[in-house]
Write a protein that binds this ligand. Structure first.
Ligand code: TD3
Ligand code: ZN
Length: 308
């Protein structure tokens, strides 16, 4: 089937009370892993590409791989630019077949964020391209953070309502205490669910949770058993993800868990089979490990069985 848009996927998810995973790719194996997980689970999936991935793999390669994937699979997928910051890159994604783009103006103050976000909404108008924006900062909240520091980082519910009204974006990424990468919390995992509740009350478009990797212990232990050094790595517990979906999150971004799964499998092969030098025998297990992880996310997010 042709690529679908995030708006289509997320409208159904919001109605159905589940979330769609956005999984980052930068090569063939990761893409194949996500698409075969979607097939196996009968689940939709968002294929996320960052500006860094575009630099690494090149726009033409990424677009043709994802188009080919969409044509081969019967589960819906969309092609989404993750954390777009460069308006030229965003424009080129819109013009070249992406079905969703994110404009990340979260580093700017409120009015400037609105201004850049509106520019992208304008670029996407009349095209089959959804727009996601971000309000608030994805930084870990330390245990002993002051109230004013916390307010400066996390998304303000009233500001979110105004932001969505003024920009007319299709989806909004919010900050409730998650952060990117494998080190999300020093102590106990803590998310601001009250804030999420309040935002969901005021904002009717689908809400997005970034920095949502769980750093699953089995995945981490495999990587560490074969030499990975990741002391203190910690993610979002599965229960917190389920709670966030129950409170109105419809799109969940996962990258770190895919990277950890991939590298654990590669480390194991390279360590246990030092005579192996066929890339397929090395990358194949990496692909399989990502597929397993993506399938477990689809189950966790409730998107399994939701492919139309
Ligand atoms: O937008 N992304 C993916 C890119 C971040 C680089 O890891 C996320 O929000 C994913 O977050 P996580 O928890 O997988 O790092
Ligand atoms: Zn993100």
């Amino acid at each position: 089937m042709p690529l679908t848009t995030n708006k289509e996927l997320l409208t159904l998810a919001k109605k159905g009370g589940y979330a769609v995973g956005a999984f980052n790719i930068n090569n063939l194996e990761i893409l194949q892993a996500i698409v075969s997980a979607g097939e196996a689970e009968r689940s939709p999936a968002i294929i996320a590409v960052s500006e860094g991935a575009i630099q690494y793999a090149g726009m033409p390669y990424l677009i043709s791989m994802v188009r080919t994937a969409a044509a081969q699979t019967s589960a819906p997928i969309s092609l989404h630019l993750d954390h777009g910051k460069d308006l030229n890159v965003i424009r080129s994604c819109i013009d070249n077949g992406f079905t969703s783009v994110m404009i990340d103006g979260s580093e700017f103050e409120f009015e400037k964020n609105i201004e850049v976000t509106k520019k992208v909404v304008e670029m996407a108008k009349g095209k089959r391209v959804s727009v996601e924006a971000e309000l608030g900062r994805l930084k870990g909240i330390e245990e002993k953070i002051s109230v004013s520091e916390k307010e400066a980082i996390l998304t303000d519910p009233q500001a979110a309502e105004d932001f969505v009204k003024r920009t007319e974006v299709d989806a909004l990424a919010i900050a409730i205490g998650t952060s990117h990468g494998a080190y999300k919390f020093k102590g106990e995992a803590k998310l601001d669910f009250e804030r999420l509740k309040e935002i969901a009350r005021k904002v009717s478009i689908p809400l997005v949770l970034h920095g949502a990797s769980g750093v699953p212990s089995a995945v981490l232990e495999r990587a560490q058993r074969f030499g990975a050094k990741l002391p203190g790595a910690k993610g979002i517990p599965d229960e917190a993800i389920q709670k966030a979906i129950g409170l109105g999150i419809s799109k969940i971004n996962i990258d770190t868990d895919l990277r950890l799964s991939f590298v654990g499998a590669l480390r194991e092969i390279l360590t246990t089979k030092p005579d192996e030098f066929d890339p397929r025998k090395i990358l194949g297990p990496g692909r399989e490990a990502i597929k397993q992880t993506v399938q477990s996310k689809m189950k966790l997010f409730g998107s399994s069985g939701k492919a139309a």
